[in-house]
Design a protein. Structure first.
Length: 421
């Protein structure tokens, strides 16, 4: 049977998910195609809008006040402030009370696993007690078997940043002995099910290990592995045992908060009637009269066309391989969209390791409807739209704007695709 939808969205991250939801809201039938596990599994789970200006000024208290200082080609300048707010509203509806921050335009400063504080617009409820503007003393707890979180070093970095509280750190043994390469989900499961440890549950055993190190601290931060399905129950039990507020410190990959966010997004897609095709790579496209008529997907060696009236490209940037680079140049690999870049590869970066590298903003150039354009400024295809990291013009890592760009462009691209289908 031929596969046909009004809209096909390629990419399963925040941008692709929001684009699919936005397209579905127009009444269009939507299919989301994703090849591999999304990059959310490598993300902190924090949702940033704008933490620093393009010149590096910040952290910004109000991300919206910094929009006017962004360069003209920035995705935020293309879609406008209202689109950012629409994207955040969509996100808030998807996550419900699992995230906080929607009550204000002000960024929250959330400590991360390295001891830095990240200006962020939305943050998991599990991280709330760790906000850096809180003046209560903090104890950070690391585990001997998790070398990517050095609690004492993170605490020292917080103190050096001038936070209004005393931070200390300690490394302890997790109550259960796991293999050295145990996944973060294994720790979470032990706490979720409260596995027996010498006649008592893992949660009580963990609290008993940490309690002697409290030294008056009123809040305790752990790596973000405090349960999954029963995460709120796990934190509540630890708080009762320790008589202190408990929070999770956002971690690097693999990220349990990122996995939780992925689950929330895909549940929303299911509820909206979006069909999801995962595990098969989009490898090409078909055209008809100058428009994209189908996205070609490789299904176990067979190339299957997914027909659509409109397509949203949300495959990510250089990191997500939605933008490809080689000695021959930089390109968007699926539709071969134009990606401006210097001919000389040595001009793709600067000598300063922490400088403003041109490659960080490589991506397709959108028109005012988020359609990728050719070098002459005309749309590559009338019915192809782009969202998220594949859109160029922003150094989202330096600005702390990746999630916000994905939300804003996802809402606009999805709506444009749905209405044009």
């Amino acid at each position: 049977m031929p596969i046909s939808e009004d809209v096909v969205v390629v990419g399963g991250g925040i941008a692709g998910s929001v684009a699919a939801l936005s397209a579905a809201e127009t009444g269009a039938s939507v299919r989301l195609v994703t090849h591999k596990k999304s990059t959310l599994r490598h993300a902190s789970g924090l949702v940033d809008v704008l933490g620093y200006t393009s010149d590096g000024d910040g952290p910004l208290v109000d991300p919206f006040e910094g929009l006017g200082d962004l360069p003209e080609g920035h995705p935020y300048r293309v879609v406008g402030e209202e689109a950012i707010r629409e994207g955040l509203a969509t996100f808030d509806e998807v996550v419900g009370d699992e995230y906080l921050g929607g009550h204000t335009d002000a960024n929250a400063l959330v400590p991360t696993h390295g001891g830095a504080v990240k200006p962020t617009a939305r943050y998991p409820r599990a991280a709330a007690a760790g906000i850096a503007s809180d003046d209560r003393d903090m104890l950070l707890v690391g585990f001997e078997s998790m070398t990517d979180f050095e609690a004492s070093l993170a605490a020292a970095h917080l103190d050096a940043a001038g936070v209004p509280f005393e931070a200390s750190g300690v490394t302890v043994a997790f109550p259960r002995n796991f293999r050295a390469d145990a996944k973060v989900t294994r720790f979470a499961k032990a706490l979720d099910t409260d596995e027996d440890v010498g006649g008592r549950g893992t949660r009580e055993a963990l609290a008993a290990t940490v309690e002697p190190h409290l030294d008056g601290a009123e809040r305790v931060g752990f790596p973000s592995l405090l349960g999954d399905d029963r995460r709120h129950e796990v934190r509540a039990d630890l708080e009762a045992y320790l008589d202190a507020e408990v929070f999770e410190v956002p971690m690097g990959p693999p990220s349990l908060p990122g996995l939780r966010l992925e689950d929330l997004l895909f549940a929303a897609l299911d509820a909206a009637g979006v069909r999801i095709s995962s595990g098969n790579k989009a490898v090409g496209y078909e055209t008809d009269d100058g428009e994209v008529s189908a996205v070609v997907v490789d299904r176990k060696g067979r190339e299957i066309p997914y027909h659509a009236s409109a397509v949203v490209l949300a495959t990510g940037g250089l990191v997500g391989k939605g933008i490809a680079s080689s000695r021959e140049g930089v390109r968007e690999p699926l539709f071969d969209c134009y990606v401006p870049h210097p001919d000389d590869r040595y001009d793709w970066f600067v000598d300063d390791a922490f400088g403003d590298h041109p490659f960080t903003s490589f991506g397709v150039v959108p028109d005012d409807r988020l359609r990728p354009t050719r070098a002459d400024g005309h749309a590559e295809f009338e019915n192809l739209f782009a969202a998220g990291g594949v859109v160029g013009g922003a150094n989202v890592a330096a600005e702390k704007s990746a999630s916000g760009v994905s939300l804003a462009t996802g809402v606009v691209a999805g709506r444009e695709a749905g209405e044009s289908a």
